[in-house]
Write a protein that binds this ligand. Sequence first.
Ligand SMILES: NC(=O)c1ccc[n+]([C@@H]2O[C@H](COP(=O)([O-])OP(=O)(O)OC[C@H]3O[C@@H](n4cnc5c(N)ncnc54)[C@H](OP(=O)(O)O)[C@@H]3O)[C@@H](O)[C@H]2O)c1
Length: 347
Amino acid sequence: MGSVRNVAVFGAYGHTGRFVVAELRERGYVPLLLGRDQDKLLALAQAWPGLEARRASAEDPASLDRALDGAVAVINCAGPFATTAAPLVEAALRAGIPYVDVAAEIEANLDTFDHFAERARAAGALVIPAMAFYGGLGDLLVTTAMGDWTAADEAHIAYGLSSWHPTAGTLASGTVSGQRRGGRRVRYTSGRLEYHDDALPTLEWPFPAPLGPQSVIGEFTMADVVTVPSHLAVPEVRTYMTAKAAADLSAPDASAPAAVDGRGRSAQTFVVDVLVRSGGKERRVAAAGQDIYAISAPLAVEAVDRILTGRTRTTGVASAGAAFDAPDFLRALSSHLSLHVPLDTAG
Ligand SMILES: NC(=O)c1ccc[n+]([C@@H]2O[C@H](COP(=O)([O-])OP(=O)(O)OC[C@H]3O[C@@H](n4cnc5c(N)ncnc54)[C@H](OP(=O)(O)O)[C@@H]3O)[C@@H](O)[C@H]2O)c1
């Protein structure tokens, strides 16, 4: 028997899943700890006395149905999502509950839109892929920067990461995405995804103070190229990554994030700087914070809270910017994110 506060977390013992479990608890929800490994689940349940652990496998629909019994929503933190997203969305639709994931895999995010848009809409259900740092935050910032514009010529999303110590899940997802695109690169231009083999350009991006100008890799394409065009008419969506963080990610000896504070956050800091252009006008907004994995938890949990309290704008498969009041959503995260809206470019 579930409670109206039971939110299932698939992949609960992963690095991001643990942040999500902690955030749900802080927000007064009762996380159901879901995953495929019984020993890891039991170890996690020992760390969180009183929480229920339920073993479930993406390959076994009946186990997912049992695991979601009594849950009011599910947050999928188990990646690679090429394997887990579709079975979990199917299970959420069977259970009649909203589905949110933290996937940063372009192809998996596209699959969620392509395969489930009609069924989710017909069921009046909400399915939100990429409700995390990549894909979610960028889309909320672009939507906020757009303001009353319904279309723009270009959207640029520059990631100013101080460093990037990737988790095993990030590396595995990168490998799966790379295989799915046959080792090719991808960018979003002329209103569509384009696969190519061009070298990635290095340029300087003028991040707001105190970070200031940084060397970035251009066309470092992230999930925002799925989420932003899913609801905004912007034919050019470009994403950039600080060269230092890009080098960290691809280093052969890349190490996992190390906790430096009581919340388990690493020392990594980020600025996400968004610039949209339309007819010669520019609008800009940026957000800064600490630890891209940790910030994904308040993003996903805020989304669930808004869905469960009826503060949504649509049904079906939707990105963060389409599903929610983007500026209001970002303001609600003020204890995790500092927003920067320069007056000289607003208008
Ligand atoms: N969009 C974003 O900004 C964002 C932010 C954070 C994380 N993510 C993504 O979230 C995923 C998890 O990241 P993480 O940092 O939590 O990595 P992690 O610490 O390595 O955890 C990965 C989790 O996924 C589970 N998992 C993997 N394959 C599974 C499968 N086939 N069935 C069931 N569970 C499976 C793992 O369980 P086992 O230990 O049993 O394998 C583990 O719980 C990655 O894909 C990452 O890219 C995206």
